[in-house]
Write a protein of this length. Structure first.
Length: 276
């Protein structure tokens, strides 16, 4: 094993991915050494160590940006149904939080992506998965303006084009440099579960809509539907605290807050106790 000197810099999962790619060192080796040198730290240290060991023993190749797919499989294992819902899914392959779960671990579920530039590649890359082309929103059956950015992964509802202007101005500039407006039809998260999952909530929900995450989750029926795991991209925007308050008030626990940088990972109380 190559010994790594982190020079006492704080480490997180995003830095791990970059360091691994740049230096061609296994992710597990980086995480383990960073933890041993106390530069990778979290208040849930026991869970963090078990998660690191889980990565070591996992034979599957992650496709997600910062191990969201591995985290979902780590929490859910055999305790909950192996089902997922991911939105926005883009092409269903690059930086996908569910590709590994489906292709290598046998999970099933649905992908939602309203941006027309992604639909053909999404269907090609994930032919065995339900595809939702409506835009998940707080209400169903609305017609909304959607900005299809030429920087495709940054496309979003027109209302949220500048949602990360303060926190990630580079993203905002890239998004709005060029693109086109389209009209999309909406569907609520509650109706997605009713129509695509026969009313049975998927165990893992991945939310990445470039700004509208809180609006969607704030209309979600937490009383009837209890996914074991949420991963929610917030990009350090003002909505992060509102998402936090909403999920925690509905009996979810946020895990690895400092380590997941631009993402927030939540597990239900039942799921949390299963991994303690």
């Amino acid at each position: 094993m190559v010994k790594i000197d982190f020079k006492n810099n704080q480490f997180d999962f995003w830095k791990t991915v970059i360091f691994s790619s740049k230096n061609k060192i296994k992710v597990y080796d980086i995480l383990k050494q960073a933890h041993d040198q106390k530069v990778l730290v979290d208040k849930n240290d026991k869970i963090l160590l078990e998660f690191i060991d889980y990565i070591k023993n996992l034979k599957s190749i992650p496709h997600s940006q910062i191990f969201q797919d591995i985290f979902a499989s780590f929490v859910i294992k055999n305790e909950f149904d192996n089902t997922f819902l991911e939105f926005g899914a883009t092409n269903g392959l690059s930086l996908s939080n569910t590709y590994m779960l489906e292709k290598e671990l046998g999970w099933s579920g649905a992908l939602a992506e309203p941006d027309v530039q992604w639909i053909d590649s999404l269907k090609k890359n994930r032919p065995n998965t339900k595809i939702i082309t409506k835009c998940i929103w707080k209400k169903s059956n609305e017609k909304l303006n959607f900005f299809s950015s030429d920087e495709g992964v940054l496309s979003t509802l027109e209302e949220f084009k500048y949602s990360d202007a303060e926190s990630l101005p580079g993203n905002t500039d890239l998004r709005n440099k060029s693109g086109k407006n389209i009209v999309v039809e909406t569907i609520s998260l509650n109706d997605v579960i009713k129509q695509y999952f026969n009313g049975k909530c998927p165990s893992y929900i991945s939310v990445d809509t470039e700004g509208s995450e809180f609006e969607i989750l704030n209309s979600f029926n937490f009383s009837d539907y209890r996914p074991a795991v949420f991963t929610v991209e917030h990009n350090f925007s003002k909505s992060q605290d509102m998402i936090d308050e909403l999920l925690i008030s509905n009996n979810y626990v946020r895990i690895f807050k400092k380590l997941t940088v631009f993402d927030a990972w939540y597990v239900s109380n039942d799921a949390f106790y299963s991994i303690l």
